[in-house]
Design a protein around this ligand. Structure first.
Ligand SMILES: Cc1ncc(COP(=O)(O)O)c(C=O)c1O
Length: 377
């Protein structure tokens, strides 16, 4: 019989000890340096990966850091059929003194647990999640780039590995973390984006999996994202009941002329950690913050009346990306052009990246140090 998700935590074996097997043939210093000089995004991977197994009988076990390698799966593995899969995305940053820090990993760990609950996967204890990131980054510390807005992108993910075609929660699960060096998202300075409003497709529905970081949500966003490209836009915005939700991979925030930040409250969007951090920094500065349903008409009418002066997207990859225009099949919203020094979005972006790269004080305790200055290389 399948164990209900609420009782899965009882089978945890914690704390886990990670067995580290060094890669016998890692990339050479020269090969790594060549990759780090121009890493792009998501194309190159470090020499190692972390993994933990879970089974209904044994709980979490076999924690390891191993050479990066292909995963062998039975063709009947449940994930390949029923998409029982979730993931996370966060970054490790190198500071000027060489030390390495991860931004708010506890929040990603808690979100992974919430996603797991929704997808009937076991919840990974927070200490095991943090240890998996620490161990991998420490092992592959030489892969954390320095300079500009570069970072090491961390991709934890968990999926149903049990070979069984019945439609029920899997009794065997794999959790992995892989890491990929990331170059600056904006090479020649931040570039405002244009957004396509999808009215043909929804990303998620009430009671669905929109609030979880589940692979299936992204699969359903690909076709509308293609439509956005066909319309000459960079990203797609989803609606629900006439209210704005989020982009395919970023949250959305509007700014009024008196500096109030307005962002959708919805049970079907991802609770972004970047958005939460920016809203906190804005509140620290005395801005009002409103998290509530936001009708698409409110955005359109607000821009027409001069009440809404900025719109921006935010997420781990780009941090903050101002929006230049929103195109829909029957109307276009064109945002006012603002100089960077007048933009709340750009000012918050700078404050957040200064914290992430250690150039400003981390007053909220958001950074977790994983490698000391001088400890590596
Ligand atoms: C659908 C979606 N919404 C919002 C976000 C922003 O979340 P975060 O700020 O935690 O990266 C992401 C990116 O991860 C996303 O994929």
């Amino acid at each position: 019989m399948s164990v209900p998700p609420s009782s899965l935590a009882l089978t945890d074996i914690s704390p886990l000890q990670f067995a580290v097997t060094p890669n016998p043939s890692p990339k050479s210093d020269a090969e790594r340096a060549e990759i780090l000089a121009n890493p792009g995004f998501g194309q190159f991977f470090t020499d190692h990966m972390a993994q933990i197994h879970w089974s209904e009988r044994g709980g979490w076990h076999r924690a390891s850091v191993e050479p990066y390698a292909k995963i062998s799966l039975d063709p009947a593995a449940a994930v390949l059929h029923y998409a029982q899969e979730i993931f996370e995305g966060l970054k490790a940053y190198r500071h000027a003194d060489g030390s390495i820090w991860i931004f708010r990993p506890d929040q990603n760990g808690l979100r992974l647990q919430r996603s797991a609950r929704r997808l009937a996967l076991p919840e990974l204890p927070l200490d095991a999640f943090l240890a998996s990131l620490d161990k991998l980054v420490q092992t592959d510390a030489a892969w954390v780039p320095d300079g500009g807005e570069t970072s090491l992108y961390l991709r934890p993910f968990m999926f149903a590995s049990e070979a069984f075609l019945g439609v029920r929660a899997a009794r065997k699960v794999y959790y992995f973390v892989i890491a990929s060096p990331a170059g600056a998202y904006f090479k020649g300075g931040v570039k405002p984006v244009s957004i396509w409003l999808s009215t043909d497709y929804a990303r998620a529905g009430h009671g669905g999996t929109g609030a979880a970081k589940a692979g299936g949500n992204y699969a359903s966003s690909l076709l509308p994202q293609q439509q956005a490209y066909e319309q000459g836009c960079d990203q797609v915005l989803f609606l629900q009941d006439g209210n704005i939700e989020e982009l395919g991979g970023m949250n959305l925030v509007l700014v009024t002329k008196d500096g109030t930040l307005i962002t959708p409250a919805s049970d079907s969007i991802l609770d972004g950690i970047t958005r939460d951090s920016l809203l906190q920094l804005a509140q620290d500065r005395g801005h009002q913050v409103e998290q509530r349903p936001v009708a698409i008409d409110e955005w359109r009418d607000g821009v027409a009346s001069g009440e809404i002066v900025e719109a921006f997207a935010c997420g781990t990859a780009a941090v903050v990306n101002p929006i230049a225009e929103l195109k829909a099949s029957d109307f276009t919203i064109t945002m006012p052009e603002l100089a960077a020094q007048d933009s709340v979005a750009m000012s918050l972006r700078k404050q957040l990246t200064d914290i992430q790269y250690g150039r400003a004080e981390d007053t909220h305790g958001w950074l977790r140090k994983v490698v000391d200055a001088g400890e590596q290389r």
